[in-house]
Ligand binder design. Structure first.
Ligand code: IVH
Length: 699
């Protein structure tokens, strides 16, 4: 029975016992239905109702839960959208160590005589390990998914915790993020009282591509591959962002199970599959090693059709008693082996090389080739990295080249088939002038005198400026919402921007004149630009795209100098004195700050009203007892990564440096602290452990 009116609107019912009972039963019905449709949609990819109908069910449930807030449960599908942001990750011990696989072998295509030696060697070790009691020996073969391993803990059928592997003993608690993954059930019926399921969280290629497209539009840095994107998503402190990342999950193992209910891996997977936990449809139980080798070979071709990254096959001894008999090395189980497929390669012809100009003026050679199908996509471009690499490969225009894609977005040229080189093949001449502005080019070489990079040195190069603008507006710099690549191209095209500072003069009416730009979005962009004036010195410096001056260095400099004026007065030697700066960075920074272009940029930005003092993250540092303190971190902490803690301390007005000296005010020592702790003790410097740190931070 539902309370839905014919017009689809819900009716608020008075809270009588009868209505309440009715609401509860409808809530149960809706939750079950939504769970089922979630599974159909996210796991089986075979929905049986429309998205609209699904949303209706969810809305009806939300409405009922709004009327009866005490009937909301943690496993309700309404609780997936992502809770409040968290401060940092806490770690927890795994109930059973979470091991990895250290037997990883590359599949040798050349030696595919059906029995690669490493596999036979493993087989022999197994037989020996089982002391020839190989009755009923069977193997379980699964795709090895390139994602992030996660352990899910269900107690009495409720998902209570999700941990990353961490060091195998303890992992980060990522429960809030994992709850947003639609394929992972929040509750399981008829589960053993403790059920730990381990598996891989990953991103599909299509999900990855659309995430990167979106990031490009927002001027955010791109993820290199789906695994990095997954890991980055799970490290998000805000589950609402994770909820949008469309993460997937497939189970491949177990942790603690109480009471022990299964006797083999295949039986365990079949059981959790019935509990609607996603498992791989491509996995096979096989009874002899020859079949295993066949499976590995045939799956290599099948994997090209999958929309997610599979980089090999994991082979496990199926029966748990045989697994136990084989046991473990210090790091990994002896009953498990992994085969890694070679990265997919394609052969094609090199047509052209263009030199692209980056934000620091770096010129990167991009190859255009005859289109070739590689790892499921048509590839036309590959990177050649730099002129040194071109020389090393001896690659020429017209050559037949081998390209490879190892899960990265941009394929690379790995080899030239010189025996197929046409007489007309032309050497690639690295540019001596910028291909866009014809500016002077500077060549960078390493100790062995190999060329590692070429740079356009013209500070007014328009190609550099486009990249610089994208960087300037990016999430980690001035964080200007709505000012992405497309809008930047439009602004440049319309000649509305010649300097960063011109952004701050844009009017809503000017922007509204651009294609695909409504009045409201124009106003939003102008507001976002204005808001960026308050980002402070650290972000301001990082946004300028000065070579070697990224976020971390900019933060150090901001903490040391406090405002742009002081920074500009410092000579090169003074800059090099700053910890973590050093002579190379100091030289690049000093050159920039005293070049006419650098001076002009800074003057114009100040003129536009940019606050280039302090560090904006240091909201009210004066209130904190840590303000102005010089702090050194050592050892590993459980509640924070180094970077998180550094940002936090700097936000409180502290300066974080890397080595202990008489200037150090405080040492924060995590586990296994090392020599910095001894030195701090000798110098009588105050030392806090993590507990004390948390106490002080919570004050
Ligand atoms: S079994 C103790 N099965 O690959 C057994 N791992 O390179 C360890 N992985 O740490 C895991 N797919 O994160 C297993 N079907 C699969 C897997 C898989 C991907 C990951 C897992 C593991 C890593 C080892």
């Amino acid at each position: 029975m539902s309370h839905v009116h014919p017009d689809g609107k819900l009716n608020s019912m008075p809270d009588t016992p009868a209505n309440r009972t009715q609401a509860q039963s409808r809530i149960n019905e809706l939750r079950q239905a939504i769970q089922k449709h979630n599974y159909r949609y996210y796991v089986e990819a075979a929905p049986v109702i429309s998205d609209g109908r699904f949303d209706q069910l969810l809305e009806e449930l939300q409405e009922l839960e709004r009327q009866y807030p005490d009937l909301v449960t943690a496993d309700s599908p309404t609780q997936r959208v992502g809770g409040e942001p968290i401060e940092g990750f806490v770690t927890h011990e795994h109930a059973r160590p979470m091991l990895s696989i250290d037997n990883t072998y590359k599949l040798q295509h050349e030696a595919s005589e059906k029995s690669p030696n490493s596999m036979l060697a493993w087989y022999e070790r197994i037989v020996k390990g089982l002391e020839n009691r190989t009755d009923g020996l069977a193997y379980f073969c699964e795709p090895k998914i390139d994602g992030v391993a996660i352990s899910l803990r269900y107690e009495e059928g409720q998902l209570v915790r999700a941990l990353t592997r961490g060091d195998g003993q303890r992992g980060d608690d990522v429960t809030a993020n994992i709850r947003t993954v639609r394929a992972i059930p929040l509750s399981i019926q008829e589960a053993p009282s403790v059920l730990e399921i381990r598996g891989e969280v990953f991103m599909t290629f299509s999900g990855f591509a659309s995430l990167n497209r979106q990031r490009a539009e927002n001027g955010e840095p791109l993820f290199a591959n789906p695994r990095n994107a997954t890991a980055g998503s799970l490290k998000q402190l805000d589950p609402k962002i994770v909820a949008q990342r469309n993460l997937q999950f497939l189970a491949h193992g177990r942790g603690e199970i109480e009471p022990e209910s299964y006797t083999a891996h295949s039986a365990f997977l079949a059981a959790i599959d019935r509990m609607r936990v996603p498992t791989s449809r491509h996995a096979r139980r096989l009874e002899n090693i020859e079949d295993v080798l066949d499976f590995i070979e045939t799956f290599d071709t099948q994997r090209a059709d999958l929309d997610y990254p599979v980089d090999g096959i994991v082979v496990k001894v199926d029966a748990y008693d045989q697994q136990e008999a084989l046991g473990y090395t210090s790091k990994a189980p002896r009953w498990c082996i992994a085969y890694k497929y070679a990265a997919e390669q394609g052969v094609t012809k090199l047509l052209r090389v263009d030199w692209q100009v980056g934000k620091t003026g770096k010129l990167t050679p991009r190859a255009t080739m005859e289109p070739v199908l590689l790892a499921g996509t048509t590839v036309r471009h590959a990177t050649l990295h730099n002129a040194g690499n071109i020389a090393r490969l001896d690659v020429r225009i017209g050559d037949t080249v081998v390209i490879e894609k190892a899960g990265e977005i941009i394929p690379q040229v790995v080899k030239v088939n010189t025996d197929q080189r046409p007489k007309t093949a032309e050497p690639i001449a690295p540019p001596r002038h910028c291909p866009v502005c014809k500016g002077e080019v500077e060549i960078e070489i390493d100790k062995e005198e190999n060329e590692t990079g070429r740079f356009c040195t013209n500070p007014e190069c328009p190609a550099q400026f486009r990249e610089k603008l994208i960087h300037f507006a990016g999430r980690n710099q001035m964080d200007i919402d709505g000012l992405g690549e497309k809008l930047i191209d439009q602004l440049l095209e319309a000649e509305l921007i010649e300097h960063f500072a011109d952004l701050y003069r844009l009017k809503p009416t000017t922007l509204a004149g651009l294609e695909r730009m409504g009045e409201k979005s124009a106003q939003n962009v102008v507001d976002a630009i204005a808001a960026s004036k308050q980002r402070g010195l650290a972000r301001g410096l990082a946004s300028l795209g000065i070579r070697h001056v990224g976020s971390a260095t900019a933060r150090t400099l901001a903490a040391e100098f406090g405002d742009i004026g002081a920074l500009m007065e410092a000579d090169e030697a003074r800059l090099a004195e700053v910890s973590d700066v050093g002579p190379v960075v100091a030289a690049a920074l000093h050159t920039y700050l005293h070049s006419s272009a650098g001076r002009e940029t800074i003057a114009l930005l100040r003129g536009a009203g940019l606050d280039l003092t302090g560090s904006q993250t240091a909201a009210s540092p004066d209130d904190s007892p840590l303000a102005g303190k010089t702090i050194v971190l050592t050892g590993s902490l459980e509640s924070f990564t180094r970077n998180q803690l550094q940002e936090k301390l700097e936000a409180l007005g502290a300066k974080v440096t890397s080595s202990v000296s008489s200037k150090t005010d405080l040492l924060i020592a995590g586990a296994e602290p090392g020599s910095k702790l001894d030195k701090a003790r000798q110098l009588g410097i105050t030392t806090w452990d993590e507990r004390q740190l948390l106490k002080e931070l919570n004050k």
